[in-house]
Design a protein around this ligand. Structure first.
Ligand code: NAD
Ligand code: ZN
Length: 342
């Protein structure tokens, strides 16, 4: 069975890539368990949930709030849940982010793990120990670093996932290839059709390779003081696009990566030939949306980005496929480049 480990200061996390979600009971022996999940995942998978209480939240980014966290705390108190218990999040990135935050703060922290049920959660959101909620319109503004004890990524669960959600995961897989694994990019270029049809071998292989990139970066810089910023490739602009153009996260990340690749030619010596490969791979995964954006709104959104430090922002550029540089760029330079694009 393929596994990976995250060894963080906040704990160790074991990631199971070929374990069936129905085998989670093996990891929970003798523990009182409460499952946190969302409505959709509960409707689809409740029959196979491990024994225990279930707390269900709504769906969508709007539920990722302190209010939801408070409601969960209330239920945990009602259930007389104490520190010896175990919290299991079963769902996508939203369930994992909320579950991790609840488990890290309830009674100063209880044990927790995840069954990641979306492709994005399997290749990105459930891995790496960032947990938290949105606050006052700012994404992931309140949260903690804390590693789940385990994460199960079962490709079978992806069969019920809407196509739109799958593409969000593919955008992050492409990101991991671009920032850290040229061979993964070649593999995606050759096998994109099978990937889009969820061929189990291809999905297994690309999920593992994408996670090797993420796990390597997180193990070197758990709390994002340096290299972990690489994972934000394409994301500074993506967050702005998501706010202003109504794109999905995946489409916004894809657009952000496309533009970051163009900036990379100008600012980091990235070749035109490789920039074309970035464009082509996004197209293969049908992620090459034209973005209709207002420059003013984009600039405002960037000014509100929490990765900003004073008048500078860390911007991730590609030197070549698999190699990035983190440039601390004055906002004025980035805004100039945005004006040029407009
Ligand atoms: N903590 C991190 O490091 C990190 C990294 C990336 C993203 N995130 C966060 O992840 C969140 C997005 O995660 P997401 O894209 O997984 O979204 P999500 O959790 O909203 O899930 C997407 C939709 O798919 C449904 N769903 C989940 N599993 C399903 C399945 N197997 N079959 C059918 N439907 C299913 C959900 O109910 C939901 O409607 C964002 O809030 C983002 O900030 C966190
Ligand atoms: Zn992302």
């Amino acid at each position: 069975m393929k596994t990976l480990e995250i060894n963080g200061n906040t704990g160790n996390s074991k990631i199971y890539l070929e374990k069936s979600y129905t085998d989670v009971a093996e990891l929970l022996k003798g523990k009182r368990v409460v499952v946190i999940t969302d409505e959709n995942v509960r409707n689809l998978y409740e029959e196979k949930f491990p024994e225990g209480d279930v707390i269900t939240i709504g769906t969508g980014e709007g539920v990722k709030t302190l209010k939801t966290v408070e409601n969960i705390f209330k239920k945990l108190v009602e259930l007389e849940f104490d520190r010896s218990c175990f919290i299991l999040g079963i769902g996508g990135g939203i369930v994992c982010d909320i579950t991790g935050f609840v488990a890290s703060t309830y009674m100063r922290g209880v044990r927790f793990g995840f069954i990641a049920s979306t492709l994005l959660a399997q290749v990105d959101a459930s891995i790496g120990g960032k947990n938290g909620v949105n606050f006052e319109g700012y994404k992931n503004m309140v949260g903690v670093f804390n590693q789940p004890e385990f994460v199960i990524c079962d490709p079978k669960m992806l069969k019920t996932l809407p196509e739109k959600e799958l593409k969000i995961g593919f955008a992050e897989i492409i990101k991991h290839a671009l920032i850290g694994d040229p061979k993964l990019l070649e593999y995606l270029e050759k096998n994109y059709k099978k990937a889009l049809h969820l061929d189990p071998d291809v999905i297994g292989s690309i999920t593992y390779d994408a996670l090797v990139v993420k796990a390597g970066i997180v193990n070197a810089d758990e709390k994002e003081n340096g290299d972990r910023r690489k994972l934000n490739f394409g994301h500074t602009l993506a967050h702005a696009f998501e706010k202003t153009s109504g794109l999905t996260h995946g489409e916004a990340v894809a657009a952000g990566m496309g533009i970051a690749a163009k900036f990379s030619m100008r600012l980091a010596g990235f070749s035109g030939k490789e920039e074309k490969r970035v464009y082509e791979i996004l197209k293969k995964f049908d992620l090459n949306r034209n973005v209709d954006f207002s420059c003013k709104e984009i600039k405002e959104a960037i000014r509100k980005d929490k990765k900003k430090e004073g008048d500078h922002i860390y911007f991730i550029l590609l030197k070549k496929i698999g190699e990035v540089v983190i440039e601390k760029i004055p906002l004025s330079v980035l805004e100039g480049a945005i004006d040029d694009m407009c």
